[in-house]
Design a protein around this ligand. Structure first.
Ligand SMILES: Cc1cc2nc3c(=O)[nH]c(=O)nc-3n(C[C@H](O)[C@H](O)[C@H](O)COP(=O)(O)OP(=O)(O)OC[C@H]3O[C@@H](n4cnc5c(N)ncnc54)[C@H](O)[C@@H]3O)c2cc1C
Length: 441
């Protein structure tokens, strides 16, 4: 391709004006899901199973986002901390299918919400028990990331979703209150993909940010989770800054480096590539440096080795939508008539959040939804709604909303929420914890 130099704008040549470009329309779709993490997978499958024509874009070459590429291989949590399972739908299907192929491990029904210390300890050793005690066994799930990647591919292929890997959304095409599509950059082309409904499941809110929607940005400490092979049982440690959990694989451990020697001391802006680059290098360097010494003294790690460091940084939070409603801690344990799902709090017992549909709706656009960790909640509530099961829940709801809206020829902002709730119940979702007496009371 010919190189056309940009023209300097202003006296200091710090900005260049590039020639206007014609961008070809690659294709048109009914529902465009941008980002193939837990939320994007759920959104795409949910919409496609309802008959919508779905395109899923993912900038990496695998699905799962942080749940696979970040090695965040613990589904925390599927219950409300009060003995009730509150996560159903696609997340539950995924857990069942992973379990059937030996790729997941969770407390069986008869052990959930029991408080015998040896039971709690058994599941804590897999990373399934967090927060302050007194503890109960919670319904959380440890899983294998490679199995989830394969299962995700199967789900996408069997649902006839058009998936484009190595494709990143880099701009938005806006007309009034409608997001007409996005401009994508692939390896060999820059093109537009047009859609009736767009779902932002990028985790970082790239799409709503590119479109100019209101949001907040959180600076965070970056982490890298990693796995070790050849780990003896005595090495497993469930407290302290360096937690070493058994994975579902023989002699393998997951290392969760909260605080302590493996922590970087600087918060970064997770949308700034220079800061991300610094963090990628610093986190990896630290892991090798610290573990080289740690393995010499930590019982049971003498023959252990680092088998895999997460290929992508673990970023807990970045952009959060300021949508039609912002969920706050005052909304804990509150019933919402427009709830599309619900989640417990992985570090607290007896606290749940029903998630209103309005937390997925982007105020400035009628056909743009957000799902996953970038939905409209405040920083404190994000602690609960960012967890993988909750991301599945909001993704599945956004996908169903998109498909119903397409069927009716309207934008999701105008969808009758009770129709969505009824559809989600048909999909096995739990919209609220069961009322009445619960186990443990
Ligand atoms: C350190 C850490 C520990 C955690 N611990 C747990 C835990 O133990 N249990 C738990 O349940 N949860 C945990 N979480 C939270 C959970 O892992 C994430 O919040 C959740 O996986 C987010 O899912 P998502 O689909 O919203 O986003 P992501 O997983 O971030 O997926 C977003 C996807 O979009 C893609 N993407 C981004 N931008 C673009 C673009 N412009 N174009 C195309 N594709 C794009 C990305 O490549 C990615 O695949 C933890 C998170 C962190 C960081």
């Amino acid at each position: 391709m010919a190189v056309i130099l940009g023209q300097p704008v202003g006296p200091n040549d710090q900005t260049l004006r590039l020639p206007a470009q014609n961008v070809p329309v690659w294709h048109r779709t009914q529902v465009l899901v941008v980002g193939g993490g837990a939320a994007g997978l759920a959104a795409a499958v949910s919409a496609a199973r309802l008959g919508a024509e779905v395109t899923l874009l993912e900038r990496n070459g695998y699905l799962g986002g942080l749940a696979t590429g970040g090695l965040v291989i613990l589904l925390l949590t599927m219950d409300d901390g009060n003995g009730n399972t509150v996560i159903g739908g696609l997340c539950r299907e995924v857990v069942e299918r992973l379990t059937a192929r030996g790729g997941a491990s969770a407390p069986p029904l008869e052990e959930r919400f029991r408080e015998e210390p040896e039971l709690v300890e058994r599941w804590a050793r897999k990373g399934l028990c967090w927060g302050k005690g007194p503890h109960h066994v919670r319904y959380s799930v440890a899983f294998d990331p490679e199995e989830l990647i394969v299962l995700a591919n199967e789900l996408v292929v069997s649902s006839k979703i058009r998936i484009l890997f190595h494709t990143q959304a880099v701009d938005s095409i806006v007309e009034g209150r409608s997001l007409k599509g996005v401009v994508v950059q692939g390896r060999s082309r820059r093109a537009a993909i047009m859609a009736d409904v767009v779902i932002d499941t990028t985790g970082d809110g790239d799409v709503f940010s590119l479109a100019g929607a209101a949001h907040e940005l959180q600076r965070v400490v970056p982490w890298l989770w990693f796995r070790m092979g050849n780990v003896e049982d005595e090495a497993i440690t469930t407290s302290g800054p360096l937690r070493i959990f058994r994975t579902v694989r023989h002699r393998e451990a997951l290392v969760v480096p909260w605080g302590g020697a493996l922590a970087l001391t600087k918060n970064i802006d997770p949308t700034d590539v220079e800061e991300l680059t610094w963090a990628e290098i610093a986190c990896r360097e630290k892991i090798h440096e610290v573990m080289r010494e740690h393995c010499k003294t930590h019982p049971g790690l003498e023959k252990a080795f680092i088998s895999q460091i997460a290929p992508q940084l673990d970023i807990t939070e970045s952009r959060r939508l300021i949508g039609r409603r912002v969920l706050t801690t005052d909304d804990a344990n509150t019933h919402f008539p427009d709830a599309i799902g619900c989640t417990g709090n992985w570090t607290k017992y007896r606290e749940f959040y029903e998630i209103p549909y309005s937390c997925l709706l982007v105020s400035e656009f009628d056909n743009l939804l957000a799902a996953g960790r970038c939905i409209s909640v405040n920083h404190a509530v994000h602690h609960a709604t960012k967890e993988i099961p909750a991301c599945f829940v909001t993704g599945e709801a956004a996908g169903a909303a998109a498909a119903l809206a397409v069927q009716q020829g309207i934008a999701p902002a105008f969808l009758e929420v009770n129709q969505l709730r009824e559809q989600l119940i048909r999909q096995g979702a739990c919209l609220a914890p069961p009322l009445g007496p619960t186990k443990g009371e």
